[in-house]
Ligand binder design. Structure first.
Ligand code: SF4
Length: 242
């Protein structure tokens, strides 16, 4: 058989059409802007939440749309097979109006909440622990669903391996989530009311954000180009590591 690796812009290539169909589908599915904080956000940089709450549009690459799409397919496949056998139900939407916190879990049973994460082995763990933002996300679901046990299941896209962690609800983690949401709301207000010295304000916000932020986040952030504190927070982080 003869074969040929297609170069970009070859009119016979299906890849650009596949990608643009996926981007169109993913964009159509994007949730409308709202002023609720989502459980999937509670462990991420509070400024990121504030920028979304302020109506700033995130910029996504084609690659990230494709990743979301593959992740969604895997999730829905697992849910389709598991509901009624392992999970009682999937995708409950719950709200905690006092904090304007909303969540949409992957699935749950009488005593547990299940969360699936599709990612490579290297990306998912720090040492032998689940990532902090995943722990906080599950904690938020546990609070909303009033359950004590979270089952965090990592699905390795490259080889199909599963790795599972059990997490118990922890009051200290919940207290951190409450602080993170309060900080995101504070930043949202700050963005509406700029100080005369904007640089000073950005430094002050960066310093407050630092404790709730991880250094890898800016590299993957859809708000990186609009973020007022990105440079300051990276600088502060570098200074503190010296
Ligand atoms: S660019 Fe960095 S600091 Fe700014 S919102 Fe994104 S993650 Fe947060």
């Amino acid at each position: 058989m003869k074969f040929l690796k297609l170069v970009e812009n070859d009119p016979r290539a299906l890849t650009p059409k596949i990608l643009s169909a996926i981007v169109e589908e993913q964009t159509k599915d994007q949730r409308p802007p709202d002023d609720w904080v989502h459980c999937s956000e509670v462990g991420t940089c509070p400024m990121k939440i504030a920028l979304r709450l302020s109506g700033i549009k995130g910029e996504f690459s084609q690659g990230s749309y494709l990743n979301f799409f593959i992740g969604k397919l895997i999730h829905s496949g697992y849910q389709r097979v598991l509901v009624g056998k392992v999970l009682e139900s999937a995708e409950a939407t719950l709200r905690l109006p006092s904090l304007k916190l909303v969540g949409h879990d992957d699935g749950h049973g009488q005593t547990f909440v299940a969360e699936f994460k599709t990612m490579s082995k290297d990306a998912r763990r720090i040492g032998n622990r689940p990532q902090r933002h995943h722990v906080l996300q599950i904690t938020a679901y546990l609070k909303l669903l009033e359950k004590n046990q979270g089952n965090l299941i990592y699905i390795d896209k490259s080889n199909g391996q599963l790795e599972e962690y059990i997490l118990e609800f922890d009051d200290a983690d919940w207290a951190e989530i409450v602080k993170r949401i309060a900080l995101a709301r504070k930043f949202e207000e700050e963005l509406k009311n700029p100080w005369p010295d904007k640089a000073l304000q950005n430094e002050a916000m960066a310093s407050e954000c630092l404790f709730y932020w991880e250094s890898w986040e800016c590299g993957y952030c859809q708000f990186a180009r609009s973020c007022p504190i990105k440079d300051s927070i990276l600088l502060l982080w570098k200074e503190r590591r010296k």
